[in-house]
Unconditional design. Structure first.
Length: 75
């Protein structure tokens, strides 16, 4: 399992969190999405995650992606 962390710009409410979660959950390989509204961070977990598809899902939901990072799976 892999993880990708993103800083998302433009989120301001619970609806934003729901929109991003829904869009990212539809991307192939995604098994979990955690969105932290206050810090603007998004953590995506899954297998064979496609960074381009994840970034596109965030922008299609109407938000910006400020940066990204990929981390290997733990344990």
């Amino acid at each position: 399992m892999n993880e990708r962390h993103y800083t998302v710009t433009g989120m301001s409410c619970g609806h934003c969190v729901a929109s991003i979660t829904e869009e990212l959950s539809d991307v192939a390989g995604v098994t979990a999405v955690e969105v932290e509204l206050a810090g603007g961070s998004v953590l995506v977990r899954g297998t064979e995650l496609d960074d381009t598809a994840l970034r596109r899902a965030i922008t299609e939901a109407g938000y910006g992606v400020a940066d990204r990072a990929a981390l290997p799976a733990a344990g």
